[in-house]
Design a protein around this ligand. Structure first.
Ligand code: AHM
Ligand code: MG
Length: 321
């Protein structure tokens, strides 16, 4: 049983000790993600003070190029993770092609990430987050990213919300750590997170309902309304999934006439979140199959996503079958 308050670094090391054959590489890799997250968090926290808001391409009062916070976050992730020497390759939602860092030539892992998800919420001071997904390196090429989500060795997100939290799974349950800004440490605050079997909230962009292409979905949402559910939709996947993990219910981003495969990216968003939700006892589907069973064919492919409490996902599947 995890000890309340233990810091993330110690937690990672203690998890590693449970695997006698572990080399320590995954621990260093996760600590690199943690380091990058702390730097991003400090920028997010100052977003209203320094000139990092707004579109890239502007020049600030010092005459320096203003960086959009999502581009800055991407640079921080790439630099920090590359320098760790633990990643053979990095793929980001913000980059067309993966990066193969010089320092990671012999590394065992590849990482896919969305450096700052929920970009429409950056300028309005609403929760945003970083999502990551780690797989083992196999052949040493782009195909290493095209492994099923069930083969992830670790996945997690950092939510920059009313507090900053790091939610992590290495395939042995889910644990949540809250950043104590006074000491700069993530401390275990949500040990062994379990999603409720059933919730009372649905989270979906209902403005798109007339465009949804998934038969049965409108009827399913109507049923939830009849059953007394309430709606919550932030428009930041990290925040909407975080709430779903804690309170239960369902989060979805279905396919529609405009986004024919949905909007969310399999590698950077859907797959890591599905891993966390399933590790917490929930379910995740694209409507036909478990998200973690999808074998990616493209780095940036999109997928419809429905995830949440087992009761809601089972009921959804009854409606849309
Ligand atoms: P982003 O990666 O450009 O930020 O887009 C992903 C975000 C998710 O966080 C969120 O679930 C979704 O887009 C919201 O989309 P919409 O505004 O269409 O409802
Ligand atoms: Mg995103």
């Amino acid at each position: 049983m995890a000890k309340l308050g233990i810091d993330l670094n110690r937690f990672i090391l203690e998890e590693e000790r449970k695997h006698p054959k572990a080399t320590g590489s995954l621990s260093i890799a996760l600590m690199a993600v943690e380091g990058a997250a702390k730097i991003i968090a400090s920028h997010v926290r100052m977003a209203g003070l320094v000139d990092v808001l707004g579109k890239a391409g502007k020049v600030n009062v010092q005459g320096e190029e203003v960086q959009k916070l999502d581009e800055l976050s991407n640079e921080i992730m790439v630099k920090h993770l590359s320098d760790s020497g633990q990643f053979y390759a990095l793929a980001s939602e913000e980059m067309e092609e993966p990066v193969f860092p010089e320092q990671g030539k012999d590394a065992q892992y590849v990482i896919a990430f969305d450096p700052l998800d929920g970009s429409s919420n950056i300028d309005v001071n609403v929760s945003i987050g970083t999502i990551f997904s780690i797989h083992r390196r196999i052949n040493g090429g782009v195909e290493d990213f095209l492994q099923e989500g069930k083969k992830q060795v670790a996945a997690g997100y950092i939510i920059y919300g009313s507090s900053t939290m790091f939610v992590l799974s290495t395939g042995n349950g889910v644990n949540g750590f809250t950043l104590d800004p006074s000491v700069g440490m993530f401390l275990l605050s949500h040990p062994d997170m379990k999603i409720p079997q059933k919730g009372k909230i649905y989270s979906i962009n209902e403005a798109n309902a007339k465009k949804w292409t998934q038969p049965g979905l409108v009827e399913y949402i109507d049923r939830l309304k009849e059953e007394g559910y309430t709606a919550r939709y932030i428009g930041s996947m990290v925040a909407d999934v975080h709430r779903t993990l804690i309170k239960g219910g369902i989060f979805g981003y279905p396919a529609d006439r405009k986004n024919t495969s949905g909007k969310l990216r399999l590698l950077y968003e859907a797959s890591p979140m599905a891993f966390l939700v399933e590790q917490a006892g929930g379910k995740a589907t694209d409507g036909n199959r478990d998200i973690l069973d999808i074998k990616p064919t493209d780095l940036h492919q999109r997928t419809p996503v429905f995830l949440g409490s087992p009761k809601e996902i089972d009921q959804l599947l009854e409606f849309i079958k």
